[in-house]
Design a protein around this ligand. Structure first.
Ligand code: GTB
Length: 215
């Protein structure tokens, strides 16, 4: 059965692959699983039909037969759990890879999202100038810690895993902020993720959606 995911009809990132359908597309590509995409506008996402799939009215979702999932982390875990290639076979290595999945989403992503939201939506606030450096420092603390752990390894725990897939998508959100510049090993780590053929296919597919939406 071919799964169906949801994505932005016209992503606000203009096809830079920063929306969270990108990590689901990438995971599906890594395990060579074909999939369909249902595109949604912002208003479609808030309709009851979509909220039945996603209580918070967001993308991505994942439908496969009787199963409907939301939360990109849960979807990537589901894909990794059902197919070879994204989680190690060894039980302990698998547990560590899952720990990295959680680390990406619950330890590294929150300060990055907070920083991104402040940069985008709080520029006009009187406290913005004071708050931004605080948020930048929180991101730098995590980048420093992650960079120390990664060292000169290619991946977080020997082999590429769903933990790396999520971590790379999280770090990519820093994009043009300049915050990654002090961490060359992390920039190289992101570049290694982006060089994977599965990543390239996923990126091209989401970019094609955006390109078609502005024609
Ligand atoms: N925790 C959920 C998950 O991981 O799946 C979060 C899902 C989520 O935030 N979805 C966003 C959404 O549907 C899209 S990805 N937003 C619409 C809404 O809430 O009404 C977040 C996102 C959006 C845009 C950019 N961008 O333009 O750069 C980057 C990331």
């Amino acid at each position: 059965m071919i799964p169906t995911i949801t994505a932005f009809e016209r992503s606000p990132d203009r096809g830079r692959g920063l929306a969270r359908d990108m990590r689901v597309r990438w995971a599906l590509e890594e395990v060579n699983r074909p999939y369909d995409v249902r595109l949604l506008s912002f208003s479609d996402m808030k309709e009851p039909a979509h909220r039945r799939l996603h209580p918070f009215g967001q993308i991505p979702t994942y439908e496969e037969g009787d199963l409907a999932l939301f939360e990109s982390g849960a979807i990537v875990f589901h894909i990794a759990d059902r197919h070879a290639g994204l989680l190690p076979v060894d039980t302990n290595a698998r547990a560590r890879a899952i720990a990295w999945m959680f680390a990406a989403l619950s330890t590294v992503e929150p300060p990055i999202v907070e920083f991104g939201m402040a940069s985008l939506f709080e520029r006009d606030k009187p406290w913005h100038e004071e708050r931004l450096p605080v948020l930048e420092d929180r991101v730098r603390v995590r980048l420093g810690e992650l960079s120390s752990r990664l060292g000169d390894a290619d991946w977080l725990d020997v082999e590429f895993s769903a933990g790396d897939l999520l971590m790379v998508t999280v770090l990519r959100r820093l994009g043009a902020s300049g915050l990654m510049e002090g961490y060359p090993s992390l920039s190289a780590y992101v570049a290694r993720g982006e060089a994977r053929p599965a990543y390239k296919r996923a990126f091209a597919d989401q970019l094609a959606v955006f390109t078609a939406s502005v024609k």
